[in-house]
Design a protein around this ligand. Structure first.
Ligand code: TYD
Length: 205
């Protein structure tokens, strides 16, 4: 992809908690803006007023009783608002949208991690996103134990999950994206600058 072709495209960063997605979203956005492109950055869950409220509920340790299906529906609700209020309008303005997480997160965390039927998640994702898939996903891949070891300070509700849960999620990321030409996997153990350089090189920036 060249800089011109990036207009009106949705680029997503995916990966385990603490793989450095948010940093890469900001670095890429800065670089694209320096090249003269208009960029909208988003994050999931969140990115809209309702989405940010849902984020607090989803990640609060006080929501320990949240059922897996309820959790899925909250993520999907947040996503539906984000697509309608932010992503689609920005793409219509021919901006580049760079998002930390999108529909694949629900497939791997709620599907592979919690065991919810992947076909159900796909249908809900299709409804929430109106069938919008990312044009390109960077999967910042990290072994589960490395991701967990990076955690310091207070953990949110999902971060309190076991190593086995994170291993299922990581395996899910690798297996669900294996044959997808729209997904580019990057070694998340590389330095921040090396990951950013690989992203830039892939986009021919
Ligand atoms: P995020 O803000 O990306 O956390 P981090 O910056 O620590 O990676 O995501 C919050 C948590 O929500 C994270 O543990 C992953 C989880 N999540 C899901 O389980 N399903 C989803 O669909 C999404 C979007 C996030």
């Amino acid at each position: 992809m060249s800089g011109i072709e990036l207009r009106g495209r949705l680029i997503v960063f995916e990966g385990l908690d603490f793989c450095g997605k948010s940093t890469q979203v900001e670095l890429l956005a800065t670089r694209l803006r320096a090249g003269g492109l208009s960029v909208t950055t988003t994050r999931e869950p969140g990115g809209t007023p309702l989405g940010e409220s849902l984020r607090e509920i989803i990640l609060s340790s006080g929501s320990a009783e949240l059922l897996a299906i309820s959790e899925l529906l909250l993520f999907v609700t947040s996503r539906a608002q984000l697509v309608s209020e932010v992503i689609e309008p920005a793409l219509a303005r021919r901006e580049v949208v760079v998002s930390s997480r999108y529909r694949l997160s629900s497939a791997v965390y709620q599907g592979c991690g919690r065991g919810i039927d992947l076909a159900l998640i796909e249908r809900l994702n299709d409804a929430a996103t109106r069938g919008r898939h990312p044009d390109l996903t960077f999967l910042v891949d990290l072994p589960a134990e490395v991701a967990l070891a990076r955690k310091t300070g207070e953990k949110d509700r999902i971060e309190q999950e076991s190593l086995a849960f994170y291993e299922r999620v990581r395996r899910g990321y690798l297996e669900l994206t294996r044959d997808d030409p729209h997904v580019h996997r990057i070694d998340g153990t590389l330095a921040v600058s090396e990951i950013a350089a690989e992203v830039a090189a892939y986009l021919c920036l």
